[in-house]
Design a protein around this ligand. Structure first.
Ligand code: GLA
Length: 394
């Protein structure tokens, strides 16, 4: 178990700032500071738990945690979110479903490590995150990935990135109660500057694919609709159940194993709703593969149509969009974006719009205006580029 002072590492001012705040809060220096990013998904939605393909990237918005291991099993958690005070828990008594608010995520990670017979001592933790909460940018996974990176190193567990991905998924599924897949944590842990993470969710193999919007004269806008969602609510789970039913009725291990050409058969076998859920996943997998090909052949400027088709499929077949997301997508498209879609699990959160740099302001203004006219909460609009994955900062 390493016990190095955070100040012994070459952290920048900011990280030393978090370490200093930790010391103020807990009266002792942290063992270190780790960061992990949120993500946007370029394409490949609800394909991960169907053992399919996804193409997300890590963004330059991150969760940072300063952590110090303790000698007992007490966990003390504090954030700069500005709520509550210190949340305390005992690692010897963790039960799935316990923990309030964001504290569920670090506790879920500790619980998942325990399930893997990794001894996790108690710890003090200070969280600071600029990944917007509930915006479909994986704020929860950013926290989990920062925490697991820290605990993996500090306990000497020696987990590879692939194992950390599965452990955080176990924490989300078994402790937090959200039946999510492996996309978000893979982007956060395995992301790389300038690259999208082309992930095969069946075997976790990754190919880093250059994504350079700027080179194509474009920007990737994120439009946070401010409609918040939770994957622990019923919508996500019911989509997942439909996919599992569809695979079973079609006699395949996972929807990944159905080709677009088999959709006619599927239409004969499945009820209408299950068929449309299946059609989304099958065609979305094909779109991911095509996006990867198009990016290599023609760069970011050649994938607009695929983003549009993905949105239509999510809106009409998978039915996980909402009026705010549709308005953001439609307004961005009619004002110059070359492609747009909702990103993430759906039922709220954010859309992405691939937009010529010269039209960025026009698209922003138009989306803001349309939201105001519709009486919706003002959206938050910003650009993202692929950033590095999780790392130790200090
Ligand atoms: C959420 C989940 C992911 C994935 C997406 C939909 O972000 O955490 O595992 O299923 O929704 O693509």
């Amino acid at each position: 178990m390493t016990r190095t002072r955070a100040a012994d590492h070459t952290g920048g001012q900011l990280h030393n700032g978090l370490a200093a705040r930790f010391e103020e809060a807990f009266g002792t220096v942290p063992d270190g500071v780790w960061q992990a990013p949120g993500r946007v998904n370029l394409i490949g939605e609800h394909t991960d738990y169907n053992e399919g393909f996804v193409l997300p990237f890590a963004i330059d918005k991150t969760a940072k945690v300063a952590i110090r291991l303790r000698d007992d099993s007490t966990v003390r958690l504090l954030s700069t979110y500005g709520e509550q005070g210190v949340v305390e828990a005992d690692l010897a008594e963790l039960t799935p479903g316990s923990g309030k608010g964001w504290s569920k995520y670090p506790l879920g990670v500790a619980w998942a490590l325990q399930q893997r017979n990794i001894t996790v001592p108690g710890f003090e933790l200070l969280l600071d995150s600029d990944v917007p909460l509930g915006a479909g940018l994986s704020s929860s996974h950013a926290i989990e990935c920062a925490v697991i990176s820290a605990l993996n190193e500090l306990t000497g567990a020696g987990l590879a990135a692939e194992d950390m991905v599965l452990a955080t998924q176990q924490g989300e599924n078994g402790f937090v109660g959200a039946p999510t897949g492996i996309m978000d944590q893979s982007a956060s842990l395995r992301g790389s500057k300038g690259k999208a993470v082309f992930l095969d969710c069946r075997d976790q193999s990754v190919q880093l694919v250059p994504f350079d919007a700027e080179a194509a004269g474009l920007v990737l806008l994120v439009i946070d609709t401010k409609v918040s969602h939770s994957h622990a609510d019923g919508g996500y789970a019911s989509r997942r159940a439909s996919c599992e039913l569809g695979a079973r009725l079609m006699g395949v291990p996972a929807l990944r194993d159905l080709a677009v050409e088999q959709l006619d058969d599927a239409a004969r076998v499945l009820d209408d709703v299950t068929f449309r859920r299946v059609r989304h996943v099958v065609t979305e997998n094909a779109r991911v593969l095509e996006t990867v090909e198009q990016l290599a052949a023609g760069g970011a400027g050649s994938i607009g149509g695929l983003l549009d088709a993905s949105h239509v499929s999510m809106r009409d077949d998978f039915e996980i969009s909402c009026p705010e997301l549709d308005l953001a997508v439609d307004t961005a498209r009619t004002n110059g974006a070359i492609g747009a879609r909702m990103t993430g699990g759906g039922f709220g959160g954010s859309a992405i719009a691939l937009t010529p740099a010269g039209l960025e302001q026009q698209v922003r203004d138009a989306v803001e205006r349309s939201f105001a006219e519709a009486g919706y909460t003002a959206p938050d609009i910003f650009t993202v580029t692929p950033a590095a994955g999780a790392s130790r900062l200090a």
